[in-house]
Design a protein around this ligand. Structure first.
Ligand SMILES: C[S@@+](CC[C@H](N)C(=O)[O-])C[C@H]1O[C@@H](n2cnc3c(N)ncnc32)[C@H](O)[C@@H]1O
Length: 289
């Protein structure tokens, strides 16, 4: 499959200095059928070292965090559990935070933004219920971790980032990983743009995941969601969003209905704001109030 790239791949100087590529190559080609053992840590680490060539130290931490995700109902089925276990979060953090990659915490990724914690990412991803072959749009590429997670659930992912040097740095990270054998990331198309307007050329999408906070559902995103499609989005005032799952449905008379459910027990989760571009500058947010 051809990787779809919409960015120049020049590495931002910041990114090159701040990240430490982990020099492990993937020993076996990616397969949708391949799944690591999920019942005990040693078997998981052994399988991952043999099949993915990753570092035992991080693998043990990943397995431990996965157990907590299951207990907390943040991963809801075996497919999502596999996706979490197959995604090397440590490759997407800054060098100084690699040791904290599997902490129950959001982490700084530079440019004033963060990578969400593993529980929030997993709760949002599981709630999307992504099936192989479905088209998924992500707003807020950030570190690229969420896109990589999604690429273990489907082979069609589009992701938009508003901060240009971050979009470029992350494209570089993904390309570096593809070069090391993470061929599943070829499914990820990235673009630097204001995600409020979605990606009309690739629409409609089966699923949309928004990873920045806003006080309403952007109408262009709703329009680009197919009927029966699901959007997961943090909605609320600045710094105090609730995680909502939105299902776009059609009534028998043809009117569009939007069903909403809180997927995180009403908990408030502060998200990076859904900003907008004015000319070449990021200025203000898309909030209406
Ligand atoms: C919580 S962070 C990143 C999370 C990301 N999904 C990850 O895995 O690291 C939210 C991201 O949304 C981006 N963002 C904010 N407003 C945006 C917009 N209008 N369009 C696209 N991206 C936006 C931010 O720059 C930031 O990188």
């Amino acid at each position: 499959m051809r990787r779809r790239t919409f960015l120049t791949c020049a590495a931002a100087a910041f990114g090159a200095a701040a990240r430490a590529p982990l020099a492990w190559a993937v020993p076996k080609p990616y397969s949708w059928e391949a799944a690591p053992p999920t019942t005990n840590s040693e078997a998981f680490v052994k399988w991952m070292v043999a099949n993915r060539g990753e570092e035992p130290h991080f693998l043990a931490q990943r397995f431990g965090r996965c157990q907590m995700l299951v207990v907390n109902h943040d991963v809801l089925d075996e497919r999502n559990k596999r996706a979490f276990l197959m995604t090397p979060r440590e490759e997407f953090t800054l060098k100084r935070n690699q040791g904290r990659a599997y902490d129950h915490a959001f982490l700084d990724i530079g440019f004033g933004v963060t990578i969400s914690g593993p529980h929030v990412v997993s709760r949002m991803t599981s709630s999307l219920d992504v099936k192989l072959g479905e088209k998924v749009l992500e707003i807020g590429t950030g570190s690229g971790y969420q896109s990589a997670y999604l690429a273990n659930l489907t082979d069609k992912v589009w992701s938009i980032e508003i901060i240009k040097p971050l979009a470029e740095r992350t494209r570089d990270v993904l390309d570096g990983l593809i070069g090391r054998g993470y061929s599943e990331y070829q499914a990820i198309s990235t673009r630097h743009a204001d995600g409020y307007y979605g990606w009309p050329q690739a629409a409609p999408f089966d699923k949309i995941i928004v990873t920045c906070g806003i006080d309403h559902v952007p109408p262009p995103l709703l329009q680009q969601l197919r009927l029966g499609g699901i959007m997961v989005i943090p909605i609320g005032p600045p710094g105090a969003q609730r995680l909502l799952k939105i299902v776009k449905e059609q009534e028998t008379d043809g009117t569009i209905k939007v069903a909403r459910v809180d997927i995180y027990g009403g908990r408030i989760v502060p998200f990076v704001p859904f900003t907008k571009i004015d000319g070449d500058t990021i200025k203000g947010t898309h909030n209406q109030r």
